[in-house]
Structures are given as structure tokens and as C-alpha cells.
Design a protein around this ligand. Structure first.
Ligand code: UDP
Ligand code: MG
Length: 308
């Protein structure tokens, strides 16, 4: 009987410090699983010697396949490329900094053999993250899940196992602004969750700044919800109603008590407040128009220099 194959998809961006350690940890575990396997390494435009190290390791581990990008396209594009090239019956995207414990793959495979099509790894505590990151992440999930369908499971990253069917479904999403968590959730399928404690990064540093996280959150919400576009409508309706009531009040007061000139403070507050609201609303529309513009160009999601 033919053995099933597992494809592990790993994005690398300036990870020279982590490369060797990653494979020394992961390969023995994959061998233990007694499956055929391949490790798809996507070199996402690293500026250090990550690529040379990967190529060097191919001699030791022939299961390594390298997809070399022409420049940095971001982690989501890298994972997309990995899914596109993967040949396995099940696919596991994971980070190369060992924050996704490789032993978990064994547990995921067990669930997969029981018939689950998606096995999510959910982190049970975020004590490794800074307080600010935990709070902002918590708020993001609240706002996102309030605005968007389908809901995102909390504290679940890209680390997961997906059946071939799931990957094939996800490969059909070719949008340029790729919020992978949202796409994964959109695909659905029979899902199991296993919990784990997320360890600290083994080597190197995280590539996420707060600005990047903010943009990522905006991408996520605008990709899966059109609600922000409606906020100004509702707000405008309320303000119009209040203005109408206030107008009536002023009209009758003037008729009965005469003209009353003072009112500089209330005027200036109303003007500035409404001006601010209008700019924010324009900005929200701009976020969506910008995305329509980018999507309409139909550019490729990533450009491959070489498959090694
Ligand atoms: N990564 C990538 N392209 C990027 C940024 C990150 O391929 O532009 C990879 C990185 O090499 C790592 C994974 O994405 O394998 C997760 O990155 P990181 O550890 O910085 O993120 P965090 O764990 O802090 O979410
Ligand atoms: Mg990490």
C-alpha cells in the first residue's frame, strides 16, 4: 500500500540563526511518524545567508524542497506558495523559530487519521507575549468576531494540519490581501483542536512591529467585513435626527423669546466634531477603495526565482 505523504510548509525570512536547529528538531519527528514527507521551505527574500544554509542542508535531508522568492512578499504569500507546491495528503504550515512545537505534528496526525480534516493548534496561555500584545490581541479577536463571519477561533495561528481537500479549497482564494486566518476559517471542514503552550522564539527576533500588527488587523477586518462602511450611515442618521430636534427647539425659542446670539462654543465643537467624523468616514471608505484598486490589478501573489 502507498504511504500517505505529509507536507510541512515553512516560511523563512532572515532566519539564518534558526535554520539548522529547526531541521534537527523537525526531521526526526517526521521520520518517527512513519509517513513519506517533504519540507517545503519558502525563502521569503531573506537578506542573510538563509538560502545558502537551506541549500546546504539538502544534502543531509533530501526531503527539503526550496522555493526561493524574488523578494520579500510576506509570510502569508510564503505560506500560499507552500500550499501551491505541496504534494502531500496533508499539509502543515509552521514557523521556523520552533514556536510551533514539532512534536504536536504527531498528535495532529492522530486526529487526522481519526477523520478530522483540520486540526488546529490552540495556545493555552500567552504569558510569553508582552501585556500590551495580549491586550491588543484580545481586542482584535473581539472586534473581528463581532464584525465578521465566520468567527475566528481565538489564539489559533497558522500552525495546523489540513487535509488535501482543505488545501485545495484554500488554493482557490487568490485575493492579494491575504488574511490567512480568515481564509482558513472561511474554508470550514471538520475541525479538531489540540492545545499547547507556546514557547518563546528559539533564536533570532520576531519580524512583527506594532505598525505591522495594526495593518494586519485592518487587513483582516476589511477582508471579511463590510460593516465599517456602514458606521457613518448610522452615525449620520443619529446626528441628523439630533440636529433636527435641536433645530426645532431653536426655532420655537426664537419665535417666543427672540434672537439669542452667543453660541460660539457649541458651534465650534459641532463643526470640529463633524469634520473629524467625516474625515474618519472618508478614511474608512479609502481603506476599501484601496483594496479594490489592489485586487483589480490582478498581480501575482508572489514571484518565484527558483525551485530547488
Ligand atoms: N516570515 C516570513 N516573511 C516575513 C516575516 C516573517 O516568511 O515577511 C516568517 C518567519 O521567518 C517565521 C514566521 O514567518 O518563520 C513567523 O515569523 P515571526 O516569528 O517573526 O512571527 P511571530 O512568531 O512573532 O508571530
Ligand atoms: Mg515566531
Amino acid at each position: 500500500m502507498l504511504r500517505a505523504k505529509i507536507s510541512v510548509v515553512v516560511p523563512f525570512y532572515n532566519e539564518a540563526e534558526s535554520v539548522e536547529m529547526f531541521f534537527d528538531m523537525v526531521i526526526p519527528i517526521l521520520k518517527r511518524a512513519k509517513l513519506n514527507f517533504e519540507v517545503l521551505c519558502v525563502n521569503d527574500g531573506s537578506r542573510d545567508n538563509t538560502l545558502e544554509l537551506l541549500v546546504g542542508l539538502k544534502g543531509k535531508y533530501p526531503e527539503i524542497k526550496i522555493i526561493d522568492f524574488s523578494r520579500n512578499f510576506g509570510k502569508d504569500a510564503a505560506i500560499t506558495a507552500g500550499l501551491d507546491f505541496a504534494e502531500g495528503n496533508c499539509i502543515v504550515p509552521m514557523d521556523c523559530d520552533l514556536q510551533d512545537p514539532p512534536e504536536l505534528i504527531i498528535d495532529m496526525l492522530k486526529k487526522w487519521k481519526q477523520g478530522f480534516e483540520v486540526v488546529l493548534a490552540q495556545r493555552t496561555d500567552r504569558s510569553q507575549d508582552t501585556l500590551a500584545k495580549r491586550i491588543t490581541a484580545g481586542w482584535f479577536y473581539k472586534i473581528y468576531n463581532w464584525l465578521s463571519e465566520p468567527k475566528l477561533p481565538e489564539d489559533v495561528g497558522d500552525f495546523r494540519l489540513m487535509d488535501r481537500k482543505v488545501t485545495d479549497a484554500i488554493k482557490m482564494f487568490r485575493e492579494r490581501k491575504r488574511f490567512m486566518k480568515g481564509l482558513f476559517a472561511f474554508a470550514g471542514f471538520k475541525t479538531a483542536i489540540i492545545e499547547y503552550k507556546r514557547p518563546e522564539r528559539s533564536r533570532g527576533t520576531s519580524k512583527w512591529s506594532y505598525m505591522k500588527l495594526w495593518n494586519y488587523a485592518i487587513d483582516g477586518i476589511t477582508s471579511f467585513s463590510a460593516f465599517p462602511l456602514k458606521i457613518s450611515t448610522y452615525f449620520g442618521l443619529v446626528v441628523t435626527l439630533l440636529a433636527f430636534i435641536r433645530g426645532l427647539w431653536i426655532f420655537f425659542r426664537t419665535v417666543f423669546f427672540g434672537i439669542d446670539v452667543p453660541g460660539y462654543a457649541s458651534l465650534i465643537v459641532a463643526i470640529l466634531f463633524l469634520g473629524g467624523i467625516q474625515l474618519v468616514s472618508l478614511g474608512i471608505i479609502g481603506e476599501y477603495v484601496g483594496r479594490i484598486y489592489i485586487e483589480s490589478k490582478q498581480r501575482p501573489l508572489y514571484i518565484v526565482r527558483d525551485v530547488i
